[in-house]
Design a protein around this ligand. Structure first.
Ligand code: ADP
Ligand code: GLC
Length: 507
Protein backbone atom coordinates (compact mmCIF):
# COMPACT_ATOMS: atom_id res chain seq x y z
CA UNK A 1 0.00 0.00 0.00
CA UNK A 2 1.42 3.44 -0.87
CA UNK A 3 2.63 5.38 2.17
CA UNK A 4 0.48 8.01 3.81
CA UNK A 5 -2.86 6.24 3.50
CA UNK A 6 -4.44 4.68 6.52
CA UNK A 7 -7.65 3.26 5.05
CA UNK A 8 -7.83 1.05 2.03
CA UNK A 9 -9.94 2.15 -0.91
CA UNK A 10 -12.92 -0.19 -1.38
CA UNK A 11 -14.38 -0.95 -4.79
CA UNK A 12 -17.41 -3.03 -5.65
CA UNK A 13 -17.36 -4.34 -9.24
CA UNK A 14 -20.77 -5.12 -10.69
CA UNK A 15 -20.86 -7.39 -13.73
CA UNK A 16 -22.65 -10.26 -15.42
CA UNK A 17 -19.56 -12.47 -15.85
CA UNK A 18 -16.45 -13.33 -13.83
CA UNK A 19 -13.77 -15.89 -14.77
CA UNK A 20 -13.54 -18.73 -13.79
CA UNK A 21 -17.12 -18.81 -12.48
CA UNK A 22 -19.00 -17.80 -15.61
CA UNK A 23 -17.55 -16.63 -18.93
CA UNK A 24 -18.62 -15.93 -22.49
CA UNK A 25 -15.79 -13.56 -23.41
CA UNK A 26 -13.20 -11.04 -22.34
CA UNK A 27 -15.47 -9.27 -19.84
CA UNK A 28 -15.20 -12.31 -17.58
CA UNK A 29 -11.41 -12.36 -17.85
CA UNK A 30 -11.23 -8.70 -16.84
CA UNK A 31 -13.67 -8.92 -13.92
CA UNK A 32 -11.95 -12.07 -12.69
CA UNK A 33 -8.42 -10.67 -12.85
CA UNK A 34 -8.77 -7.00 -11.94
CA UNK A 35 -9.55 -7.47 -8.21
CA UNK A 36 -6.31 -9.38 -7.68
CA UNK A 37 -4.34 -6.76 -9.58
CA UNK A 38 -6.01 -3.96 -7.60
CA UNK A 39 -5.05 -5.62 -4.34
CA UNK A 40 -1.42 -5.07 -5.36
CA UNK A 41 -1.99 -1.31 -5.46
CA UNK A 42 -3.84 -1.00 -2.16
CA UNK A 43 -7.42 -1.33 -3.42
CA UNK A 44 -9.77 -3.85 -1.85
CA UNK A 45 -12.11 -5.05 -4.60
CA UNK A 46 -15.13 -7.35 -4.43
CA UNK A 47 -17.47 -8.52 -7.17
CA UNK A 48 -21.28 -8.38 -7.32
CA UNK A 49 -22.64 -11.01 -9.72
CA UNK A 50 -25.85 -12.94 -10.42
CA UNK A 51 -26.05 -16.28 -8.63
CA UNK A 52 -26.34 -18.40 -11.80
CA UNK A 53 -26.43 -22.18 -11.15
CA UNK A 54 -22.83 -22.53 -12.37
CA UNK A 55 -21.71 -19.85 -9.94
CA UNK A 56 -23.68 -21.32 -7.03
CA UNK A 57 -21.91 -24.64 -7.58
CA UNK A 58 -18.43 -23.14 -7.59
CA UNK A 59 -18.48 -20.89 -4.52
CA UNK A 60 -18.17 -21.68 -0.85
CA UNK A 61 -19.54 -20.36 2.44
CA UNK A 62 -22.50 -18.52 0.88
CA UNK A 63 -24.71 -16.81 3.44
CA UNK A 64 -27.43 -14.17 3.14
CA UNK A 65 -26.27 -10.59 3.67
CA UNK A 66 -29.47 -8.84 2.57
CA UNK A 67 -33.01 -9.87 1.63
CA UNK A 68 -35.94 -8.31 -0.21
CA UNK A 69 -39.43 -9.76 -0.44
CA UNK A 70 -40.00 -8.78 -4.04
CA UNK A 71 -37.52 -7.94 -6.78
CA UNK A 72 -39.40 -7.69 -10.08
CA UNK A 73 -41.74 -10.58 -9.33
CA UNK A 74 -40.01 -12.79 -6.79
CA UNK A 75 -38.03 -12.82 -3.55
CA UNK A 76 -34.32 -12.10 -3.72
CA UNK A 77 -31.29 -11.99 -1.51
CA UNK A 78 -27.67 -10.98 -1.68
CA UNK A 79 -25.38 -13.81 -0.62
CA UNK A 80 -21.86 -13.14 0.55
CA UNK A 81 -19.62 -15.94 -0.69
CA UNK A 82 -16.03 -16.88 -1.35
CA UNK A 83 -14.86 -17.57 -4.88
CA UNK A 84 -11.70 -19.20 -6.18
CA UNK A 85 -8.49 -17.50 -5.03
CA UNK A 86 -10.33 -16.09 -2.03
CA UNK A 87 -12.19 -13.40 -3.97
CA UNK A 88 -15.14 -12.08 -1.96
CA UNK A 89 -18.33 -12.18 -3.98
CA UNK A 90 -21.81 -10.82 -3.46
CA UNK A 91 -24.27 -12.95 -5.38
CA UNK A 92 -27.72 -11.79 -6.36
CA UNK A 93 -29.83 -14.82 -5.60
CA UNK A 94 -33.12 -14.34 -7.42
CA UNK A 95 -34.21 -17.75 -8.72
CA UNK A 96 -37.05 -16.36 -10.85
CA UNK A 97 -34.44 -14.37 -12.84
CA UNK A 98 -31.19 -16.31 -12.68
CA UNK A 99 -31.84 -19.96 -11.89
CA UNK A 100 -31.37 -20.88 -15.55
CA UNK A 101 -28.62 -23.22 -16.72
CA UNK A 102 -25.89 -22.56 -19.28
CA UNK A 103 -25.14 -19.31 -21.06
CA UNK A 104 -26.01 -16.26 -18.94
CA UNK A 105 -27.90 -14.48 -21.70
CA UNK A 106 -29.32 -17.14 -24.02
CA UNK A 107 -32.22 -19.54 -23.61
CA UNK A 108 -32.27 -23.11 -24.92
CA UNK A 109 -33.34 -21.82 -28.37
CA UNK A 110 -30.06 -19.88 -28.64
CA UNK A 111 -31.90 -16.54 -28.46
CA UNK A 112 -31.64 -13.86 -25.77
CA UNK A 113 -34.01 -14.43 -22.85
CA UNK A 114 -36.87 -12.01 -23.48
CA UNK A 115 -36.64 -10.68 -19.91
CA UNK A 116 -32.91 -9.85 -20.08
CA UNK A 117 -33.48 -6.12 -19.49
CA UNK A 118 -35.43 -6.91 -16.34
CA UNK A 119 -32.89 -9.50 -15.16
CA UNK A 120 -30.02 -7.05 -15.37
CA UNK A 121 -32.04 -4.10 -14.10
CA UNK A 122 -32.50 -6.32 -11.05
CA UNK A 123 -28.74 -6.85 -10.81
CA UNK A 124 -28.12 -3.11 -10.91
CA UNK A 125 -30.94 -2.22 -8.55
CA UNK A 126 -29.81 -4.62 -5.86
CA UNK A 127 -26.15 -3.76 -6.32
CA UNK A 128 -26.92 -0.06 -5.88
CA UNK A 129 -29.07 -0.72 -2.84
CA UNK A 130 -26.44 -2.95 -1.33
CA UNK A 131 -23.62 -0.51 -2.04
CA UNK A 132 -25.47 2.37 -0.41
CA UNK A 133 -26.37 0.34 2.70
CA UNK A 134 -24.14 -2.72 2.86
CA UNK A 135 -24.71 -5.22 5.58
CA UNK A 136 -21.61 -5.66 7.71
CA UNK A 137 -18.84 -3.13 7.70
CA UNK A 138 -17.55 -3.18 4.13
CA UNK A 139 -18.85 0.04 2.56
CA UNK A 140 -17.55 0.62 -0.97
CA UNK A 141 -16.04 4.02 -1.79
CA UNK A 142 -16.57 3.26 -5.47
CA UNK A 143 -19.07 1.15 -7.38
CA UNK A 144 -17.58 0.11 -10.71
CA UNK A 145 -20.19 -1.01 -13.26
CA UNK A 146 -19.21 -3.05 -16.31
CA UNK A 147 -21.15 -2.95 -19.60
CA UNK A 148 -24.89 -2.57 -20.12
CA UNK A 149 -25.80 -5.34 -17.69
CA UNK A 150 -24.57 -3.19 -14.79
CA UNK A 151 -25.12 0.21 -16.36
CA UNK A 152 -28.23 1.11 -14.35
CA UNK A 153 -26.19 1.12 -11.13
CA UNK A 154 -25.23 4.80 -11.47
CA UNK A 155 -28.86 5.68 -12.26
CA UNK A 156 -30.19 3.84 -9.22
CA UNK A 157 -27.56 5.43 -6.98
CA UNK A 158 -28.29 8.86 -8.39
CA UNK A 159 -31.98 8.38 -7.66
CA UNK A 160 -31.51 6.94 -4.17
CA UNK A 161 -32.43 8.78 -1.05
CA UNK A 162 -29.52 10.34 0.81
CA UNK A 163 -28.83 8.03 3.76
CA UNK A 164 -29.86 9.42 7.14
CA UNK A 165 -26.37 9.39 8.59
CA UNK A 166 -25.24 11.45 5.60
CA UNK A 167 -22.24 9.38 4.75
CA UNK A 168 -21.09 10.17 1.26
CA UNK A 169 -22.71 7.97 -1.35
CA UNK A 170 -20.28 5.76 -3.27
CA UNK A 171 -18.82 7.32 -6.42
CA UNK A 172 -19.42 5.47 -9.66
CA UNK A 173 -17.25 4.32 -12.56
CA UNK A 174 -18.78 2.89 -15.73
CA UNK A 175 -16.58 0.82 -18.04
CA UNK A 176 -17.57 0.22 -21.64
CA UNK A 177 -16.32 -3.16 -22.83
CA UNK A 178 -18.42 -3.09 -25.97
CA UNK A 179 -20.68 -0.35 -27.37
CA UNK A 180 -22.46 -2.85 -29.61
CA UNK A 181 -24.48 -4.18 -26.70
CA UNK A 182 -26.63 -1.47 -25.14
CA UNK A 183 -29.44 -3.12 -23.23
CA UNK A 184 -32.55 -1.68 -24.84
CA UNK A 185 -36.01 -1.80 -23.33
CA UNK A 186 -39.28 -0.60 -24.87
CA UNK A 187 -40.24 2.79 -23.42
CA UNK A 188 -43.69 1.49 -22.46
CA UNK A 189 -42.08 -0.92 -19.94
CA UNK A 190 -39.97 1.69 -18.21
CA UNK A 191 -42.21 2.19 -15.15
CA UNK A 192 -41.19 -1.21 -13.87
CA UNK A 193 -37.63 0.04 -13.30
CA UNK A 194 -38.83 2.35 -10.54
CA UNK A 195 -36.61 5.22 -11.62
CA UNK A 196 -37.79 8.85 -11.67
CA UNK A 197 -39.63 9.91 -14.84
CA UNK A 198 -37.16 12.80 -15.16
CA UNK A 199 -34.49 10.28 -16.12
CA UNK A 200 -36.36 9.12 -19.23
CA UNK A 201 -35.50 12.10 -21.39
CA UNK A 202 -33.06 12.65 -24.21
CA UNK A 203 -30.52 14.04 -21.74
CA UNK A 204 -31.06 10.97 -19.59
CA UNK A 205 -31.53 7.36 -20.63
CA UNK A 206 -33.91 7.75 -23.55
CA UNK A 207 -32.46 6.48 -26.82
CA UNK A 208 -34.47 6.93 -30.02
CA UNK A 209 -37.77 6.20 -28.28
CA UNK A 210 -36.41 3.33 -26.19
CA UNK A 211 -34.68 3.03 -22.83
CA UNK A 212 -30.93 2.41 -23.14
CA UNK A 213 -29.25 0.95 -20.07
CA UNK A 214 -25.79 1.72 -21.42
CA UNK A 215 -26.73 5.34 -22.02
CA UNK A 216 -27.93 5.58 -18.40
CA UNK A 217 -24.47 4.49 -17.29
CA UNK A 218 -22.79 6.98 -19.61
CA UNK A 219 -24.95 9.85 -18.38
CA UNK A 220 -25.09 9.14 -14.65
CA UNK A 221 -21.69 7.64 -13.75
CA UNK A 222 -19.11 9.98 -12.24
CA UNK A 223 -16.41 8.68 -14.53
CA UNK A 224 -16.43 6.64 -17.72
CA UNK A 225 -13.71 4.38 -18.98
CA UNK A 226 -13.25 2.03 -21.85
CA UNK A 227 -10.64 -0.65 -22.33
CA UNK A 228 -8.15 1.05 -24.65
CA UNK A 229 -7.14 4.64 -25.48
CA UNK A 230 -7.85 4.15 -29.18
CA UNK A 231 -11.37 2.83 -28.57
CA UNK A 232 -11.96 5.81 -26.24
CA UNK A 233 -11.24 8.08 -29.21
CA UNK A 234 -13.09 5.94 -31.76
CA UNK A 235 -16.28 5.80 -29.71
CA UNK A 236 -16.54 9.57 -29.88
CA UNK A 237 -16.97 9.30 -33.66
CA UNK A 238 -20.10 8.49 -35.58
CA UNK A 239 -18.42 5.46 -37.17
CA UNK A 240 -17.79 3.62 -33.88
CA UNK A 241 -20.10 5.35 -31.38
CA UNK A 242 -23.20 3.23 -32.10
CA UNK A 243 -25.38 6.32 -31.75
CA UNK A 244 -23.89 7.30 -28.39
CA UNK A 245 -20.90 9.26 -29.66
CA UNK A 246 -22.65 12.53 -28.81
CA UNK A 247 -23.01 11.54 -25.15
CA UNK A 248 -19.36 10.49 -25.03
CA UNK A 249 -18.27 13.75 -26.60
CA UNK A 250 -20.19 15.68 -23.98
CA UNK A 251 -18.53 13.66 -21.26
CA UNK A 252 -15.06 13.72 -22.83
CA UNK A 253 -13.52 15.28 -19.69
CA UNK A 254 -14.63 12.34 -17.60
CA UNK A 255 -13.89 9.59 -20.11
CA UNK A 256 -10.59 7.71 -20.33
CA UNK A 257 -9.19 4.64 -22.04
CA UNK A 258 -7.37 2.18 -19.77
CA UNK A 259 -5.88 -0.90 -21.41
CA UNK A 260 -6.84 -4.34 -20.18
CA UNK A 261 -4.14 -6.62 -18.90
CA UNK A 262 -3.64 -10.35 -18.71
CA UNK A 263 -3.93 -12.56 -15.65
CA UNK A 264 -0.33 -13.70 -15.89
CA UNK A 265 -0.94 -16.55 -13.46
CA UNK A 266 -3.61 -18.07 -15.69
CA UNK A 267 -1.85 -17.30 -18.99
CA UNK A 268 1.77 -18.38 -18.60
CA UNK A 269 3.37 -20.87 -21.00
CA UNK A 270 5.86 -21.86 -18.29
CA UNK A 271 3.21 -23.09 -15.87
CA UNK A 272 -0.01 -23.49 -17.91
CA UNK A 273 -1.45 -26.93 -17.04
CA UNK A 274 -3.73 -26.84 -20.09
CA UNK A 275 -0.97 -26.99 -22.73
CA UNK A 276 1.04 -29.95 -24.05
CA UNK A 277 4.50 -28.85 -22.91
CA UNK A 278 5.82 -25.87 -20.95
CA UNK A 279 8.14 -23.32 -22.53
CA UNK A 280 9.46 -19.83 -21.94
CA UNK A 281 11.14 -17.02 -23.82
CA UNK A 282 14.54 -18.44 -22.93
CA UNK A 283 13.64 -22.11 -23.49
CA UNK A 284 11.31 -22.37 -26.41
CA UNK A 285 11.61 -26.01 -27.42
CA UNK A 286 8.24 -26.89 -25.87
CA UNK A 287 6.39 -24.71 -28.36
CA UNK A 288 6.99 -27.25 -31.15
CA UNK A 289 5.36 -29.96 -29.06
CA UNK A 290 2.34 -27.76 -28.58
CA UNK A 291 2.18 -27.21 -32.32
CA UNK A 292 2.14 -30.95 -32.93
CA UNK A 293 -0.55 -31.43 -30.27
CA UNK A 294 -2.63 -28.66 -31.79
CA UNK A 295 -2.35 -30.12 -35.28
CA UNK A 296 -3.51 -33.45 -33.90
CA UNK A 297 -6.39 -31.86 -31.98
CA UNK A 298 -7.65 -30.25 -35.21
CA UNK A 299 -7.04 -33.26 -37.46
CA UNK A 300 -4.30 -31.46 -39.39
CA UNK A 301 -1.15 -33.17 -40.73
CA UNK A 302 1.77 -32.95 -38.27
CA UNK A 303 3.95 -30.69 -40.33
CA UNK A 304 6.51 -28.59 -38.46
CA UNK A 305 7.13 -26.31 -41.41
CA UNK A 306 3.55 -25.42 -42.31
CA UNK A 307 2.77 -21.99 -40.85
CA UNK A 308 -0.12 -22.61 -38.45
CA UNK A 309 -2.66 -19.78 -38.27
CA UNK A 310 -5.35 -19.81 -35.59
CA UNK A 311 -8.56 -18.17 -34.42
CA UNK A 312 -10.16 -18.25 -30.95
CA UNK A 313 -13.22 -16.08 -31.10
CA UNK A 314 -16.89 -15.42 -30.90
CA UNK A 315 -18.06 -15.76 -34.50
CA UNK A 316 -19.81 -12.45 -34.95
CA UNK A 317 -19.83 -9.51 -37.34
CA UNK A 318 -17.52 -7.60 -34.94
CA UNK A 319 -14.69 -10.08 -35.38
CA UNK A 320 -14.38 -9.75 -39.19
CA UNK A 321 -14.00 -13.48 -39.69
CA UNK A 322 -16.17 -13.48 -42.81
CA UNK A 323 -13.14 -11.89 -44.49
CA UNK A 324 -11.01 -14.82 -43.44
CA UNK A 325 -13.34 -17.20 -45.26
CA UNK A 326 -12.59 -15.29 -48.45
CA UNK A 327 -8.81 -15.57 -48.10
CA UNK A 328 -8.72 -19.19 -46.95
CA UNK A 329 -7.80 -20.61 -50.35
CA UNK A 330 -4.71 -18.41 -50.36
CA UNK A 331 -3.58 -19.76 -46.95
CA UNK A 332 -4.03 -23.32 -48.16
CA UNK A 333 -2.36 -22.68 -51.53
CA UNK A 334 0.73 -21.27 -49.83
CA UNK A 335 0.99 -24.39 -47.67
CA UNK A 336 -0.41 -22.87 -44.49
CA UNK A 337 -2.77 -24.42 -41.97
CA UNK A 338 -5.65 -22.88 -40.07
CA UNK A 339 -7.22 -23.96 -36.76
CA UNK A 340 -10.48 -22.25 -35.80
CA UNK A 341 -12.20 -22.47 -32.40
CA UNK A 342 -15.38 -20.47 -32.04
CA UNK A 343 -19.12 -20.29 -32.00
CA UNK A 344 -21.78 -17.77 -32.85
CA UNK A 345 -23.41 -16.84 -36.16
CA UNK A 346 -24.82 -19.89 -37.89
CA UNK A 347 -23.62 -18.62 -41.27
CA UNK A 348 -20.01 -18.30 -40.11
CA UNK A 349 -20.11 -21.65 -38.33
CA UNK A 350 -21.34 -23.27 -41.56
CA UNK A 351 -18.73 -21.40 -43.62
CA UNK A 352 -15.82 -22.65 -41.52
CA UNK A 353 -17.24 -26.19 -41.37
CA UNK A 354 -17.49 -26.22 -45.17
CA UNK A 355 -13.92 -24.91 -45.49
CA UNK A 356 -12.60 -27.71 -43.26
CA UNK A 357 -14.47 -30.23 -45.37
CA UNK A 358 -13.12 -28.79 -48.62
CA UNK A 359 -9.46 -28.54 -47.49
CA UNK A 360 -9.10 -31.01 -44.59
CA UNK A 361 -5.29 -30.97 -44.79
CA UNK A 362 -5.25 -27.22 -44.31
CA UNK A 363 -8.28 -26.25 -42.24
CA UNK A 364 -9.41 -27.68 -38.90
CA UNK A 365 -12.51 -26.33 -37.15
CA UNK A 366 -14.06 -26.87 -33.72
CA UNK A 367 -17.38 -25.18 -33.22
CA UNK A 368 -18.09 -24.56 -29.56
CA UNK A 369 -16.63 -23.04 -26.44
CA UNK A 370 -13.61 -24.84 -24.98
CA UNK A 371 -11.42 -23.08 -22.42
CA UNK A 372 -8.59 -25.72 -22.32
CA UNK A 373 -8.41 -25.86 -26.12
CA UNK A 374 -8.12 -22.05 -26.23
CA UNK A 375 -4.89 -22.36 -24.23
CA UNK A 376 -3.47 -25.06 -26.52
CA UNK A 377 -4.23 -22.84 -29.52
CA UNK A 378 -2.27 -19.96 -28.04
CA UNK A 379 0.66 -22.27 -27.26
CA UNK A 380 0.65 -24.30 -30.45
CA UNK A 381 -0.05 -21.86 -33.27
CA UNK A 382 2.41 -19.60 -35.07
CA UNK A 383 0.08 -16.73 -35.91
CA UNK A 384 -3.17 -15.66 -34.21
CA UNK A 385 -5.65 -13.90 -36.49
CA UNK A 386 -7.82 -11.06 -35.15
CA UNK A 387 -9.30 -9.21 -38.16
CA UNK A 388 -11.92 -7.31 -36.10
CA UNK A 389 -14.02 -4.49 -37.55
CA UNK A 390 -13.87 -2.92 -34.10
CA UNK A 391 -12.21 -4.19 -30.94
CA UNK A 392 -12.54 -2.30 -27.65
CA UNK A 393 -9.42 -4.02 -26.31
CA UNK A 394 -9.16 -7.66 -27.27
CA UNK A 395 -7.48 -10.16 -25.01
CA UNK A 396 -6.59 -12.99 -27.37
CA UNK A 397 -3.83 -10.94 -29.03
CA UNK A 398 -2.36 -10.30 -25.56
CA UNK A 399 -2.39 -14.02 -24.77
CA UNK A 400 -0.74 -14.62 -28.16
CA UNK A 401 2.07 -12.16 -27.36
CA UNK A 402 2.73 -13.90 -24.08
CA UNK A 403 2.80 -17.32 -25.76
CA UNK A 404 5.21 -16.25 -28.51
CA UNK A 405 2.47 -16.48 -31.13
CA UNK A 406 2.51 -13.56 -33.55
CA UNK A 407 -0.77 -11.61 -33.56
CA UNK A 408 -1.99 -10.53 -36.98
CA UNK A 409 -4.59 -7.89 -36.22
CA UNK A 410 -6.76 -5.16 -37.69
CA UNK A 411 -5.49 -1.69 -36.78
CA UNK A 412 -8.42 -0.72 -34.59
CA UNK A 413 -9.21 -0.17 -30.89
CA UNK A 414 -7.08 -2.07 -28.44
CA UNK A 415 -5.50 -4.09 -31.25
CA UNK A 416 -3.87 -0.89 -32.52
CA UNK A 417 -2.67 -0.09 -29.00
CA UNK A 418 -1.11 -3.45 -28.12
CA UNK A 419 0.57 -4.78 -31.27
CA UNK A 420 3.59 -3.17 -32.92
CA UNK A 421 3.56 -3.76 -36.66
CA UNK A 422 6.55 -5.50 -38.20
CA UNK A 423 7.24 -2.77 -40.73
CA UNK A 424 10.82 -2.25 -41.86
CA UNK A 425 11.53 0.43 -39.25
CA UNK A 426 10.21 -1.66 -36.37
CA UNK A 427 12.06 -4.73 -37.60
CA UNK A 428 15.27 -2.75 -37.87
CA UNK A 429 14.97 -1.45 -34.31
CA UNK A 430 13.81 -4.80 -32.95
CA UNK A 431 10.55 -3.39 -31.60
CA UNK A 432 8.02 -5.25 -33.77
CA UNK A 433 5.68 -7.73 -32.06
CA UNK A 434 3.09 -8.56 -34.72
CA UNK A 435 1.35 -7.58 -37.93
CA UNK A 436 -1.31 -4.92 -38.35
CA UNK A 437 -3.52 -4.22 -41.33
CA UNK A 438 -6.03 -1.57 -42.36
CA UNK A 439 -8.63 -1.05 -43.63
CA UNK A 440 -10.58 -4.16 -42.69
CA UNK A 441 -11.00 -5.51 -46.22
CA UNK A 442 -10.28 -8.81 -47.92
CA UNK A 443 -7.45 -7.19 -49.90
CA UNK A 444 -5.71 -5.72 -46.87
CA UNK A 445 -6.09 -8.98 -44.94
CA UNK A 446 -4.67 -10.96 -47.87
CA UNK A 447 -1.71 -8.58 -48.06
CA UNK A 448 -1.07 -8.99 -44.32
CA UNK A 449 -1.16 -12.76 -44.69
CA UNK A 450 1.40 -12.53 -47.49
CA UNK A 451 3.62 -10.54 -45.13
CA UNK A 452 3.16 -13.21 -42.45
CA UNK A 453 4.22 -15.97 -44.86
CA UNK A 454 7.31 -13.96 -45.82
CA UNK A 455 8.28 -13.24 -42.22
CA UNK A 456 7.81 -16.78 -40.96
CA UNK A 457 9.93 -18.10 -43.84
CA UNK A 458 12.96 -16.24 -42.44
CA UNK A 459 13.83 -18.16 -39.25
CA UNK A 460 16.10 -15.45 -37.87
CA UNK A 461 13.58 -12.66 -38.32
CA UNK A 462 10.80 -14.84 -36.92
CA UNK A 463 12.77 -15.73 -33.83
CA UNK A 464 13.43 -12.07 -33.11
CA UNK A 465 9.79 -11.16 -33.69
CA UNK A 466 8.43 -13.85 -31.39
CA UNK A 467 11.05 -13.12 -28.77
CA UNK A 468 10.06 -9.47 -28.75
CA UNK A 469 6.37 -10.46 -28.58
CA UNK A 470 7.03 -12.57 -25.48
CA UNK A 471 8.86 -9.68 -23.83
CA UNK A 472 5.96 -7.26 -24.38
CA UNK A 473 4.48 -6.28 -21.00
CA UNK A 474 0.90 -7.56 -20.84
CA UNK A 475 0.26 -7.78 -17.11
CA UNK A 476 -2.31 -5.69 -15.27
CA UNK A 477 0.37 -3.82 -13.31
CA UNK A 478 0.29 -0.42 -14.94
CA UNK A 479 -3.45 -0.34 -15.66
CA UNK A 480 -4.26 -1.39 -12.09
CA UNK A 481 -2.27 1.62 -10.91
CA UNK A 482 -4.23 3.88 -13.24
CA UNK A 483 -7.54 2.51 -11.93
CA UNK A 484 -6.29 2.93 -8.37
CA UNK A 485 -5.40 6.57 -8.99
CA UNK A 486 -8.77 7.17 -10.65
CA UNK A 487 -10.67 5.68 -7.70
CA UNK A 488 -8.71 7.83 -5.24
CA UNK A 489 -9.32 11.00 -7.25
CA UNK A 490 -13.03 10.28 -7.43
CA UNK A 491 -13.33 9.44 -3.76
CA UNK A 492 -11.55 12.66 -2.87
CA UNK A 493 -13.65 14.86 -5.17
CA UNK A 494 -15.98 16.89 -2.97
CA UNK A 495 -19.08 17.06 -5.14
CA UNK A 496 -19.16 13.89 -7.17
CA UNK A 497 -22.16 11.59 -7.10
CA UNK A 498 -24.29 13.34 -4.62
CA UNK A 499 -27.85 12.38 -5.45
CA UNK A 500 -29.08 14.66 -8.21
CA UNK A 501 -31.07 17.49 -6.62
CA UNK A 502 -33.00 18.02 -9.85
CA UNK A 503 -34.54 14.57 -9.46
CA UNK A 504 -37.50 14.02 -7.16
CA UNK A 505 -36.54 11.89 -4.20
CA UNK A 506 -37.97 8.40 -4.19
CA UNK A 507 -40.01 7.32 -1.20
P1 ADP B 1 -14.55 -10.61 -26.70
O1 ADP B 1 -14.68 -10.32 -25.27
O2 ADP B 1 -15.00 -9.55 -27.60
O3 ADP B 1 -15.15 -11.94 -27.07
P2 ADP B 1 -11.68 -10.80 -26.11
O4 ADP B 1 -10.53 -11.05 -27.00
O5 ADP B 1 -11.59 -9.65 -25.20
O6 ADP B 1 -12.98 -10.73 -27.04
O7 ADP B 1 -11.92 -12.03 -25.15
C1 ADP B 1 -12.35 -13.28 -25.59
C2 ADP B 1 -12.10 -14.29 -24.49
O8 ADP B 1 -12.94 -15.41 -24.71
C3 ADP B 1 -10.69 -14.82 -24.47
O9 ADP B 1 -10.37 -15.26 -23.16
C4 ADP B 1 -10.78 -16.02 -25.42
O10 ADP B 1 -9.77 -16.96 -25.21
C5 ADP B 1 -12.14 -16.55 -25.05
N1 ADP B 1 -12.84 -17.28 -26.11
C6 ADP B 1 -13.49 -16.78 -27.18
N2 ADP B 1 -14.07 -17.76 -27.89
C7 ADP B 1 -13.77 -18.91 -27.27
C8 ADP B 1 -14.08 -20.29 -27.51
N3 ADP B 1 -14.82 -20.66 -28.55
N4 ADP B 1 -13.61 -21.22 -26.65
C9 ADP B 1 -12.85 -20.83 -25.58
N5 ADP B 1 -12.53 -19.56 -25.30
C10 ADP B 1 -12.98 -18.62 -26.12
C1 GLC C 1 -15.47 -6.91 -24.93
C2 GLC C 1 -14.68 -6.50 -26.16
C3 GLC C 1 -13.22 -6.91 -26.10
C4 GLC C 1 -12.62 -6.65 -24.73
C5 GLC C 1 -13.47 -7.32 -23.67
C6 GLC C 1 -12.92 -7.09 -22.27
O1 GLC C 1 -16.05 -8.15 -25.02
O2 GLC C 1 -15.28 -6.99 -27.34
O3 GLC C 1 -12.50 -6.18 -27.08
O4 GLC C 1 -11.30 -7.14 -24.67
O5 GLC C 1 -14.76 -6.80 -23.70
O6 GLC C 1 -12.78 -5.73 -21.97
Amino acid sequence: MPAGRTTQMRVLHVASECYPLIKTGGLADVVGALPGALAQVGVSARVFLPNYPMVAKAVTSARAAMKVADLFGGPASVLKARGPDGLTLYLLDAPHLFDRPGNPYLGPDGKDWSDNPLRFAALAKMAARFAANPAGNWRPDIVHAHDWQAALVPAYLRAAKIPKRRQAMPRTVMTIHNMAFQGLMPAKDRAVLGLPAAMFTDSGMEYYGQVSFLKAGLVYADHLTTVSPTYARETRTEEFGMGLHGVLRERADAYTGILNGVDINVWDPETDPLIAAPYSRARRAGKARNKAALQTAFGLPQNKRAPLFAVVSRLTEQKGLDLLLDVLPMIADRGGQLAVLGSGDARLEAGFRAAAKARPDHVGVQIGYDEPLSHLIQAGSDILLVPSRFEPCGLTQLYALRYGTVPLVARTGGLADTVIDANDAALATGTATGIQFAPVTVEALAFALERAFDLVADARVWRKLTSRAMAHPVSWGKSAEVYGALYRDLAAAPTATQPDSSLPERK
